[in-house]
Every structure is written in structure tokens, then in C-alpha cells.
Ligand binder design. Structure first.
Ligand code: SME
Length: 151
């Protein structure tokens, strides 16, 4: 059972992205490193804000994800709409959850802000385990996303 160490993960992502400012390259690197850091993470990826109230899929790891998500739909839409973390212990109890895989039991979605405080994407992790995410995941991933996307 591989369990993430957020201090180590943050240091490796910082080293890998130190001289990079291309968003796709940054998102691909964060997705890869986070996904492979913990066995709980069965789908990991970004949805990018591409127009007002609209997101499209970005770099991800895992099975195929839906391509388009409006701010009005899903856990990702809730994170983008409210600018707040969505920690869902049981996706079947979340009204309007978008099921990209029938195996998903719980989900964590964090808004991604740029240096102006604008939501530019959301970072989505699905787990096949129920209630898989905790406060440490929220704190660790919030710190990593802030370090990478607001520099
Ligand atoms: N479950 C998400 C949709 C993205 S798939 O999980 C990759 C949602 O409800 O917004």
C-alpha cells in the first residue's frame, strides 16, 4: 500500500517544475507525480476553464474522463463555481455527480487559482475506495497547487 508523503511530493514537484511556466507542462507533471504517489488515487487530472462557466479536460492519468464540464454540473463544477474544495466521501450521495467510471466511490476536487486569484482549473482525484480523502490530502494538495500555479 503506497501512501503519499506530501513533504516529499512537494519537493519533487518543485524540483521538476522549477523553471517551467507552460500550463500544460505544469499540469502534466503535477498529475503524473500525484497519481503515482498513492494507491488511493485511481483517476487524477485537471479540468481547465476555457470559457466563462465552462471547463474542458486537461492532462490526466487513469481511464478516459469526460471532455466537457460546465460550472453548473458535477463535483468539478461545484469546485469551480464556488472556489472551494469539494471532498466527497460517497459520490452516490452527491447530487449531480458525473460518473466517468462506475468504480469511483469517493472524490476530491480542488480549485486551482492563478496569481491573481482567478480560478483557472480544478484538480480532480477519484478513488475506488469509499471516503478515501482526509484533511492531510486537502492541505498537502492545496499547498502544492498554490506553489506551482501562483508562482
Ligand atoms: N466526477 C467528476 C467528473 C470528472 S470524472 O470523475 C474524471 C464530477 O462529478 O465533476
Amino acid at each position: 500500500m503506497t501512501r503519499v508523503n506530501y513533504d516529499d511530493l512537494a519537493k519533487s514537484i518543485a524540483a521538476l517544475t522549477a523553471d517551467e511556466d507552460d500550463l500544460v507542462a505544469l499540469m502534466a507533471t503535477v498529475t503524473c507525480e500525484v497519481h503515482h504517489s498513492d494507491d488511493r488515487f485511481d483517476w487524477t487530472g485537471f479540468y481547465r476553464v476555457v470559457a466563462p462557466e465552462l471547463m474542458k479536460i486537461g492532462p490526466y492519468q487513469g481511464g478516459h474522463g469526460c471532455l466537457v464540464i460546465p460550472f453548473s454540473r458535477g463535483v468539478c463544477g461545484a469546485a469551480a463555481r464556488t472556489g472551494t474544495v469539494q471532498r466527497v466521501a460517497d459520490v452516490d450521495s452527491f447530487p449531480g455527480h458525473i460518473a466517468c467510471a462506475t468504480s469511483t466511490r469517493s472524490e476530491l476536487v480542488l480549485p486551482v487559482f492563478d496569481c491573481t486569484g482567478t480560478v483557472i482549473a480544478v484538480f480532480d482525484i477519484d478513488s475506488d475506495q469509499p471516503d478515501a480523502f482526509d484533511d492531510g490530502d486537502v492541505a498537502g494538495l492545496t499547498a502544492i497547487l498554490g506553489a506551482v500555479f501562483t508562482k
